[in-house]
Design a protein around this ligand. Structure first.
Ligand SMILES: NC(=O)C1=CN([C@@H]2O[C@H](COP(=O)(O)OP(=O)(O)OC[C@H]3O[C@@H](n4cnc5c(N)ncnc54)[C@H](O)[C@@H]3O)[C@@H](O)[C@H]2O)C=CC1
Ligand SMILES: O=C([O-])CC(=O)C(=O)O
Length: 346
């Protein structure tokens, strides 16, 4: 019996993401929580003839705690795209003031109601909302770093698409041959092209100007969508696809039990000191950064190990430079998220 809960299920990401989850044959119950329209979205999806039973959970008023509790009870996987998106001219960091408390309060409920669930954080700024979630769970004494995931899959999806266009390869064949590490905002996003892979011959033919443009597009792909939507929000459909791709890998690892070594690991923004060999990576190669996105190998819904990008000989000097720039930006966001919870009552 696998239960998945989506918090923010009636939003631009929440709705298409819930649709994709409804189609997943491994999901037995899909609980949709939102402060508006959760029941409507649940009624709509419940007519689809796939196995998952869909339930809607919408608080009657601000004091109503029953809706969130019923949505989370016995949940195995909680996915959170709740909160406000960007408008043109805003950075992801500008969302902190509103989204920080939304994440803090939702995670407090997760920690109290389903502390063993895997948690996927989509809400921005991911670089800070994941540290917020970790600190809340630590305060509650239920933090499991192997089960807290910042969703950065959209950066990988974009990198595969944009590199595929550039070297004329089907993006699908690039999965796993290009990894995007670091964080999820501007120059904290670092695409790595695996020069030992079969794409190397083609990607080495990219001119320096094309490479620069490719890196910039991966780092600022979110801005492209915000600009094009012109005030109507940020990426929703590509994010629903990316969020689903990550959720599916977690669900597959729950259903499959053992690690499937043929699966290409997805990348996620995680708390390194809580993972096997994570502290070593942090100290040796990341100036002590505690949160960083790395490809994660999953087993039974949690992180079994990760791929250390610096262990492979493929990381170039130029990519190392990008990492050092990323670390500066990450530091500030991590401190902001951590300090926010220190002053909060959970
Ligand atoms: N990690 C990533 O790669 C990406 C993250 N995002 C982020 O995802 C978030 C959501 O984006 P959209 O779906 O476009 O926004 P949206 O405004 O369309 O939907 C957000 C939903 O959250 C709900 N909500 C607000 N407060 C809530 C609470 N306390 N509990 C439950 N639900 C609550 C709203 O009612 C709304 O339905 C934003 O912060 C956005 O920046 C967006 C794209 C990519
Ligand atoms: O750009 C935004 O605000 C939304 C986002 O995180 C993305 O599209 O990568």
């Amino acid at each position: 019996m696998v239960k998945v809960t989506v918090c923010g299920a009636a939003g631009g990401i929440g709705q298409p993401l819930s649709l994709l989850l409804k189609l997943n044959q491994n999901v037995d119950e899909l609980a949709l929580f939102d402060i508006v329209n959760a029941n409507g979205v649940a009624a709509d999806l419940s007519h689809i003839c796939s196995p998952a039973k869909v339930t809607g959970h919408q608080p009657a008023n601000k004091e109503d705690k029953l809706a969130i509790t019923s949505a989370l009870t016995n949940s195995d996987l909680v996915i959170i795209p709740a909160g406000v998106p960007r408008k043109p001219g805003m950075t992801r960091a500008d969302l902190f003031n509103i989204n920080a408390s939304i994440i803090r309060d939702l995670i407090a409920n997760v920690g109290k109601t389903c502390p063993n669930a895997a948690i996927l954080i989509i809400s921005n700024p991911v670089n800070a909302t994941v540290p917020i979630a970790a600190e809340v769970l630590k305060k509650l004494g239920v933090f499991n770093p192997k089960k807290l995931f910042g969703v950065t899959t959209l950066d990988s999806v974009r990198a595969e698409t944009f590199l595929g266009e550039l070297i004329n390869e089907p993006p699908k064949s690039l999965k796993g041959k290009i990894s995007v590490i670091g964080g999820h905002s501007g120059d904290t996003i670092v695409p790595l092209i695996n020069v030992n892979s079969t794409i190397s011959a083609k990607s080495s033919k990219i001119t320096p100007a094309q490479y620069k443009e490719f890196v910039h597009r991966v780092q600022f792909g979110g801005d492209e969508v915000v600009k094009a939507k012109n005030g109507a929000g940020s990426a929703t459909l590509s994010m629903a696809y990316a969020g689903y791709r990550f959720a599916e890998s977690v669900l597959d690892s729950v259903a499959g039990g053992q690690t499937n070594t043929s699966v290409v690991p997805e990348t996620s923004y995680v708390y390194l000191p809580g993972l096997p060999n994570g502290e070593e990576l942090s100290k040796k190669s990341l100036n002590g950064a505690t949160y960083f996105s790395v490809p994660v190998i999953l087993e039974k819904g949690e992180i079994k190990s990760f791929i250390n990008p610096f262990d492979s000989l493929t990381i170039t000097e130029n990519e190392k430079q990008l990492v050092s720039v990323a670390l500066n930006g990450l530091d500030k966001s991590i401190a902001q998220g951590t300090n926010f919870v220190k002053g909060s009552k959970i």
